[in-house]
Design a protein around this ligand. Structure first.
Ligand SMILES: Nc1nc2c(c(=O)[nH]1)N[C@H]1C(S)=C(S)[C@@H](COP(=O)(O)O)O[C@H]1N2
Ligand SMILES: [Mo]
Length: 514
């Protein structure tokens, strides 16, 4: 006889194996369904549960997650789901060893949660629940068989039974692993979109972005004026990057308009495209944070497309929707203003948008935080009113309007750095998108504000680099920066958290001079 503790451990392992098989089968069938093009929304129960969880995340938790895990918040969530799944699966195994129906009930409940999540996702069809059901059936059968054999193997002297249990256990584990692995391979919807992107040839822009500066502001550690694409921050609610091929993409403009407009990707590329350098910032960016980047976007001006639709006089918002059901509410006048180049972007740094940044088409609006303007994988624009519609984050505690606040950041020296006494370059970036940066000032300890040199690259719609030459004296010092925007307004010292409409306060850095 095995000790009770070992029996429990064996039962837990049985549960884990059955759980792994459930997920492996469900994910494989989901990947096959997605690949067949018959999936409506999110057939993967793991991704669906994660997505449903994200949609129900209160602002404080979202902030905490981003503050703790940064852009690895999705990995953190998936890890959390895996841990919870493992615990529940182990519990199912232990319960099944005591009462068969109890263990099976746990699997059924788990599958119920998965199926409910799948069916609640945007675009869901009944068929999307099939992978979860298939996984649950595999899980139930394996839990039952493994529990029975484990029990048989626990009788003394039953070497044959023990061997047969181990064989089944190893087999179940292997099938689970192969299923999970294959699902990653088959999950080649990703490759279809990737191949579609690779086949895109972007037409040249009819109008160039602001010229790059004659001389780069070269201080080591200073953010480059243009953020490299692979270093550009990524924020969205999509656990699995939406996969849209160029031939499947359509945009519909409707609502309070004179004429509905529909446009395909090929038609969009045939329209005049412009290059514009625009700084994108996340409203969740903390003072001194890095959820901000500057790039050259290529796209068609939204005001031209909206003019074809003819927005009604009483409309004041455009609700943009992504293929995965995320929405942003943007003031209509920010999109029609001839002085603000809001665009339907197809390119980033001269290349088609990377999948994670919204391939094939996204919105880019100078001066507004991403959550109210920068819809990636955009497929629908509804001209409407703020008193009738809300973007995704508004009912979750974020402001309906999101103009980017004036902010500045010290990149070098880094906080906690030790520098040599004498000339030290203090440098960073400052932004007040669409209002522009007028001046940047730096202060050491309780000294006077001193004017920094603002770089020549960029425009009113981008961040600006700045440098200040500091005569550093030995000791511990605190550096502070503040900017003034194009209207002459000085960046507020008042500290505010990101929620509900963007962080404020002066960025400070502590350094030691030796
Ligand atoms: N479809 C979709 N678009 C989205 C989001 C999203 O969650 N889903 N997040 C927005 C937010 S909050 C920001 S800050 C920007 C970030 O764009 P990036 O990931 O290309 O940097 O995308 C915006 N567009
Ligand atoms: Mo954001």
């Amino acid at each position: 006889m095995l000790s009770p503790r070992r029996t429990t451990a064996t039962s837990a392992v049985v549960g884990l194996l059955a759980g792994a098989l459930t997920i492996g089968v469900a994910e494989l069938v989901a990947a096959l369904l997605q690949r067949s093009g018959r999936a409506g929304g999110t057939p993967s129960p793991v991704v669906a549960v994660g997505g449903a969880f994200i949609d129900r995340t209160p602002p404080w938790l979202k902030d905490l997650a981003i503050a703790t895990f940064g852009t690895a918040d999705k990995t953190a969530l998936l890890t959390g789901i895996a841990v919870v799944l493992a615990l529940v699966a182990a519990l199912a195994g232990v319960l099944a060893a005591r009462r068969r129906t109890l263990g099976l009930l746990v699997v059924v409940l788990l599958a119920g949660v998965g199926a409910a999540a799948v069916l609640s996702r945007p675009g869901a069809a009944w068929l999307d629940a099939f992978p979860t059901v298939a996984g649950a059936i595999a899980g139930l059968l394996s839990l039952d068989a493994l529990t029975a054999r484990a029990r048989a193997a626990q009788r003394p002297g039953m070497a044959v039974d023990r061997r047969s249990f181990v064989q089944l256990a190893v087999g179940t584990g292997a099938v689970a692993i192969v299923g999970g692995g294959l699902s990653q391979l088959v999950g080649g919807g990703g490759r279809a979109a990737q191949a579609s992107r690779a086949s895109v040839v972007l037409p040249a822009p009819t109008s160039a972005a602001t010229a790059a500066p004659a001389s780069a502001t070269g201080v080591e550690g200073l953010s480059p004026l243009v953020t490299p694409v692979d270093a550009f921050y990524r924020i969205d609610t999509a656990l699995a990057v939406p996969q849209v091929s160029k031939q499947d993409w359509r945009l519909r403009i409707h609502g309070l308009v004179d004429h509905e407009v529909q446009i395909t990707y090929a038609e969009l590329l045939a329209l005049p495209l412009v290059d514009r350098m625009v700084t994108l910032s996340c409203v969740s960016n903390e003072v001194g944070g890095d959820l901000i980047g500057n790039q050259v976007w290529r796209g068609h001006l939204l005001r031209e497309l909206l003019a074809k639709a003819g927005p009604a006089k009483d409309a004041d918002m455009v609700l943009s929707t992504s293929v995965d059901g995320w929405t942003a509410g943007t003031p209509l006048d920010a999109l029609t203003d001839p002085a603000r180049d809001a665009m339907l972007a197809v390119g980033m740094d001269g290349e088609p948008l990377p999948l994670v940044h919204g391939f094939p088409v996204r919105m880019v609006v100078p001066g507004l935080y991403g959550y109210v303007s920068a819809t990636k994988w955009v497929v629908d624009l509804e001209v409407t009113r703020f008193d009738r519609a809300q973007g995704y984050w508004t009912p979750r505690g974020w402001s309906a309007l999101g103009p980017i606040k004036t902010e500045s950041r010290i990149d070098v020296p880094r906080s906690g750095a030790s520098v040599k006494a004498g000339r030290v370059a203090v440098a960073g970036v400052a932004w007040a998108p669409h209002r522009g940066i007028d001046a940047v000032e730096v202060k050491v300890d309780d000294g006077p504000w001193q004017r920094a040199d603002v770089g020549t690259g960029g425009s009113a719609d981008t961040w600006r680099q700045w440098v200040w030459a500091w005569d550093a004296t030995p000791g511990d010092h605190t550096l502070v920066v503040r900017a003034s925007d194009g209207t002459g307004e000085v960046q507020t010292a008042e500290q505010a958290p990101p929620a509900p409409d963007g962080a404020t306060g002066w960025h400070t850095v502590d350094v030691t001079v030796a």
